[in-house]
Design a binder for this molecule. Structure first.
Ligand code: PXP
Length: 249
């Protein structure tokens, strides 16, 4: 018998629509149009990472998303005074604090929530006081999860990047680590999200973890959209997630 789990939210990350746009320096493809299609295709939220170097999403994209989106915006941001200021100006539904290094190609590793307590504590407090649901992008590590509680963050997003890169027994071991992390979230009262690197091939075991409430997926969907269109790519991802969750269409 399949046990019915709480439906899982899908946050579609539109950063790489902006990456393609910025490759030519013009206005197309428009990330706002991608967000509208994602919304129509059943995304529960839109995720966008305004990086310090503005390599994909730029400030005007955030203005447009806040103006036009009907579903929640999850604003990914580094823990810097500039980004806190932008978040407080816009007051998105959620802000996910991520580690950010200028030279990296994408977010590498999780935030050191435990080691950066004094730096993060006032930022989490200011964002929360403004009504923004704060999430911390961390590894599925007990010390980091406990630090999230100490920092007062209601949500954590566990990094699935390593799980997606590995294969075979090593991937199963990483999956077990994520499952354990999700279970600990349940015990600690943290809402558990996951994301990074997920594709059709590896999303189902993650979607089946009962404590997980939201997945944030971008690069694969934007790549797949080249072949089947963004709407088709999102609908298929949604179908695989729902099937893994035991939700019938
Ligand atoms: N979640 C977080 C915190 C991220 O930094 C990213 C990448 O921007 C994602 C999810 C989405 O990862 P991907 O684009 O590999 O699906």
């Amino acid at each position: 018998m399949t046990v019915k789990l709480v439906p899982l939210r899908l946050g579609v990350n539109i950063d790489h629509v902006a990456t393609v746009r910025n490759a030519r320096g013009g206005k197309l493809p428009d990330p706002l149009r991608a967000a509208a299609i994602a919304q129509a295709a059943g995304a529960d939220g839109i995720t966008a990472h305004l990086r310090e170097d503005r390599r994909h999403i730029v400030d005007a994209d955030i203005d447009g998303l806040m103006r036009e989106l009907k579903i929640p915006l999850n604003f990914e941001m580094a823990a810097t005074p500039e980004m806190v200021g932008i978040a407080l100006k816009h007051r998105p539904h959620a802000a996910c604090i991520v580690p950010e290094k200028r030279e990296e190609r994408t977010t590498e590793g999780g935030l050191d929530a435990a080691g950066q307590h004094n730096h993060l504590k006032p930022m989490v407090a200011r964002l929360s006081d403004a009504g923004i649901r704060v999430s911390l992008f961390i590894e599925a590590d007990e010390r980091q999860l406990e630090a999230a509680v100490t920092l007062g963050a209601p949500v954590v997003e566990l990094h699935t990047g390593r799980y997606c890169e590995l294969e075979g027994a090593a991937q199963q071991a990483e999956l077990a680590r994520l499952q354990k992390g999700a279970a600990l979230c349940g015990k600690l009262g943290l809402e558990c999200h996951m994301g990074h690197g997920l594709s059709y091939a590896d999303v189902a075991p993650i979607a089946a973890i009962p404590e997980v409430r939201e997945l944030n997926i971008g690069h694969f969907l934007v790549g797949e959209a080249i072949f089947v269109g963004l709407e088709g790519a999102i609908r298929e991802m949604r179908r695989i997630m729902d099937q893994a969750r035991g939700v019938s269409a």
